[in-house]
Design a protein around this ligand. Structure first.
Ligand code: S3P
Length: 420
């Protein structure tokens, strides 16, 4: 599996903030993560590509960044924008951040508010809650205890990154635990980070360079796992997939739906990994909800909706209003696009109700520029009768540039063809 997107972003950022030369293997060379590389280069970090996914990052320490000569374009990447804002919120120079049309629609108030409380000046569109934003810090952050209203690793990480140069310990409390890659990697780079339930405390201090082995991305694996579970009589094995418990909600849900998934080759290099083998079989409907589960699979809901459409019975997704502020409004997009293929999807404010078991039919559908919609629709197309034409698929390169190639290899035939 290609490298984990979340872990790759963090490796680039922490490498740039550390003292010394960090070595990253398995870095995800997809558009989102390359945005973070370009951003840290614009801020003065020296990045050398040694080979595929192999990067050497020479950081100048927490105070070693310098004012960029131009606006930093985060493209489609919410993680680049929000985590970088945490870094920039303490830097004593101005940086302008922007992004593509999707990212400029997404909420930034959730990071701007705590960063302002830490002393950052953040101005921009919509009263400083939408990109483009201009950000400046003072070189020293106020130590805060912050209770975030959303379980968001991006919000938590922004505060922790700003906290590296705070005048005292910084604490973030979340309504439910979100992915903890930042905490793990900060520790690997020598930071003092303590987690107690939903509360994380970081004590300020320098970072020292480290080596990072990026695990495979379970959010990308999700498309192949669901394809393996629903298509024909297949069996798919995915090697070295990251199985951090804050990310494995999809495995719990697929198991509840009756999917056969075996885990083997468990290892741990700062992040736990395993190989996953899925065998195709009949699926049954399930309910996906609860504040503890949703953050553990939020990015996998588009493809889980496809699994639900293929399963016998009525599945419900709830407590997932966050889906409306991802790369697209994924609740509206799933209801609209899967309906074109004959699925019965009823939209709810915080989720959807999917009546499964209907045969899907090939149709003309549109990803809306959202990489996970494009890939979820591809999995739906694999089980639909006839041909599906998915429009606007360049976005797949955001997180999984080799997706079509891998699907074609697994299918043993050219299941996906590109049209200009
Ligand atoms: C991410 C956190 C999640 C996730 C996103 C990546 C991260 O977003 O949806 O794809 O790398 O921290 P939120 O933290 O906003 O929920």
């Amino acid at each position: 599996m290609p490298g984990d997107k979340s872990v790759s972003h963090r490796a680039a950022l922490l490498g740039a903030l550390a003292e010394g030369v960090s070595e990253v293997q398995g870095f995800l060379e997809a558009e989102d993560c390359l945005r973070t590389i370009t951003a840290v280069q614009a801020l003065g970090a020296e990045v050398t590509r040694k080979g595929p996914g192999h990067y050497r990052i020479a950081g100048g320490g927490l105070r070693g960044l310098s004012e960029p000569g131009d606006v930093i374009d985060c493209g489609n990447s919410g993680t680049t924008a929000r985590l970088l804002a945490g870094v920039l919120g303490t830097q004593p120079f101005w940086t302008m951040l922007t992004g593509d049309a999707s990212l400029r629609r997404r909420p930034m108030g959730r990071i701007a508010e705590p960063l302002r409380a830490m002393g950052a000046t953040i101005v921009g569109r919509a009263e400083g809650t939408r990109l483009p934003l201009a950000i400046r810090g003072t070189g020293l952050a106020r130590a805060i205890q912050y209770a975030t209203p959303v379980a968001s690793a991006q919000v938590k990480s922004a505060i922790l990154l700003a906290g590296l140069v705070a005048e005292g310990p910084v604490t973030v409390t979340e309504p439910a635990p979100s992915r903890d890659h930042s905490e793990r990697m900060l520790r690997r780079f020598g930071a003092r980070v303590v987690t107690e339930g939903r509360m994380v405390t970081l004590t300020p201090g320098p970072l020292r360079a480290a080596s990072v082995a990026v695990p495979g991305d379970i959010s990308s694996a999700a498309f192949l796992l669901v394809a393996g579970a629903v298509v024909g009589e297949g069996r798919v094995t995915l090697r070295r997939v990251g199985v951090n418990p804050t990310r494995t909600g999809i495995l719990d849900v697929l198991a509840a739906m009756g999917a056969q998934i075996q885990t083997a080759e468990a290892a741990d290099e700062g992040e736990p990994t395993a190989s996953l083998t899925v065998t195709a079989g009949a699926l049954k409907a399930t309910t996906i909800g609860g504040t503890l589960l949703i953050p553990r699979l939020i990015d996998e809901i588009p493809v889980l909706a496809v699994a639900a459409a293929a399963a016998a019975g009525v599945s419900v997704v709830r407590d997932a209003g966050e889906l409306r502020v991802k790369e697209s409004d994924r609740i509206a997009a799933l209801a609209r696009e899967l309906a074109r293929m004959g699925a019965v999807v009823e939209e709810r404010p915080d989720g959807m109700v999917i009546t499964g078991g209907r045969r899907l039919r090939g149709a003309a559908v549109n990803s809306g520029g959202d990489h996970r919609m494009a890939m979820a629709l591809t999995v739906a197309a694999l089980i639909a009768d006839g041909e599906t034409v998915i429009d606007d698929v360049a976005c797949v390169a955001t997180s999984f540039p080799t997706f079509a190639e891998i699907v074609n290899t697994l299918a043993g035939t050219t299941a996906i063809t590109a049209e200009p």
